[in-house]
Design a protein around this ligand. Structure first.
Ligand code: TXA
Ligand code: MG
Length: 341
């Protein structure tokens, strides 16, 4: 047992100190921990993932425990190339191969029929498995050196906003995991777009960091988008209330001009052309992108949602962004943040 493992298993030490994870670029250490069945938070271009050996049931079970995630919510497996991932799938539709060829590495997850090698725990008993090749240099090198895929949900406690920096991960899970591989801030900042093939035809299960328009262009046809409610969503984690920061949040369909402090203490806006945050008439404004750039808005979204501290801002007004490109996924997350059911 290493000194740190001994320390982690010592209940007195745990109760006296608030442990923090090692935050480092050290891929050799990250690989060593993963091979030993430990959890390591890994950077990707979308959000940070909470990784473990997907073929090791005990390691994968530790993900659910650390996240407080219900076991009916399946995980995404990650590897460095389509070839390496596709060995864990069967009956791969041509459209899936086409999307993989054009979009991987990148913010796209494919849900395919699973091979027998993938443990049922990872897929929550489903006959399908979600998979993705992340576009992040450090994680590419890490995955390349492993002879197993890495199962990784977003590295946040269940129901909270996904982390886009190593510090976000450390704030919420640092005392539960040995290491966070630090790859800097995520370049996309929104979770991957998930595409499944329930009847052989492509269907978007979750809007995300790859615009639906781009998928349609690659496939040369319009694609069905599944809208989720609370009952039996096809991507089980996509429950309506999933990003809720805890404040009273209201959405505005039309551009916000003036906000009354007595009604709201903060406002999230888009494309006002000033700066990213300012205070006016006692209202704190956060602009997702002063220059109306949807990629920038996607990139800043989760950091801004994290700043909407419940105590400081009991009521928040949020302006929806244009419903096009990445704006569709941004509005999806904003609607979930505002859902109280
Ligand atoms: O960008 C991302 O996708 C990040 C990074 C780390 O890759 N991961 C991520 O994982 O967002 P997670 O677990 O937070 O969200 C994965 C979603 C969940 O809603 C889960 O229900 C769904 O994918 N999912 C996983 N396997 C599935 C399957 N076989 N069928 C349908 N949905 C599935
Ligand atoms: Mg998640």
């Amino acid at each position: 047992m290493s000194l740190r493992e001994a320390f982690l298993s010592c209940s007195t030490a745990k109760s006296v100190f608030r442990l923090s994870a090692i935050i480092s670029h050290d891929i050799i250490l990250a690989a060593e921990l993963l091979r030993k069945g430990q959890l390591v938070a890994i950077p990707t271009e979308t959000v940070y993932g909470l990784g473990a050996n997907a073929l090791d049931v005990t390691a994968a079970a530790a993900i659910f425990k650390a996240k407080n995630r219900p076991s009916f919510d399946p995980l995404i497996i990650h590897q460095s190339s389509a070839e390496r991932l596709f060995q864990y799938a069967i009956n791969i539709p041509p459209a899936a191969r086409r999307l993989a060829k054009h979009c991987w590495p990148g913010p796209l997850t494919l849900v395919l029929d699973k091979s027998a090698a993938v443990p049922d725990l990872v897929t929550a008993g489903l006959a399908t498995v979600a998979m993705r090749v992340p576009d992040h240099a450090l994680t590419q090198v890490l995955l390349n050196g492993l002879d197993f895929p890495v199962a990784a949900p977003s590295a946040n406690p269940f129901g909270f906003v996904s982390p886009t920096t190593a510090e976000h991960v450390n704030d919420q899970l640092g005392d539960r995991i040995p290491m966070i591989l630090n790859g800097g801030p995520c370049s996309v900042g929104l979770e991957s777009t998930i595409v499944g093939f329930p009847d052989g035809e492509p269907v978007v299960y979750r809007k995300g960091g790859l615009a639906i328009e781009q998928i349609e262009e690659i496939l040369g046809l319009p694609i069905q988008v599944m809208e989720h409610g609370n009952s039996r969503p096809a991507a089980p984690g996509m429950l309506s209330r999933h990003y809720a920061p805890g404040n009273r949040i209201e959405l505005s369909q039309s551009p916000i001009t003036k906000v009354e402090w007595a009604n709201y203490q903060a406002a999230v806006v888009f494309g006002k052309g000033r700066t990213t945050s300012w205070t006016e008439n006692q209202v704190n404004y956060f602009d997702l992108s002063p220059s109306s750039d949807l990629a920038e808005a996607a990139n800043r979204l989760f950091s801004v949602l994290r700043m909407l501290n419940r105590g400081k801002f009991p009521a928040v007004l949020i302006e929806l962004v244009p419903e096009e490109g990445l704006g569709r996924a941004i509005n999806d997350r904003l609607r979930r943040a505002a859902t109280t059911e």
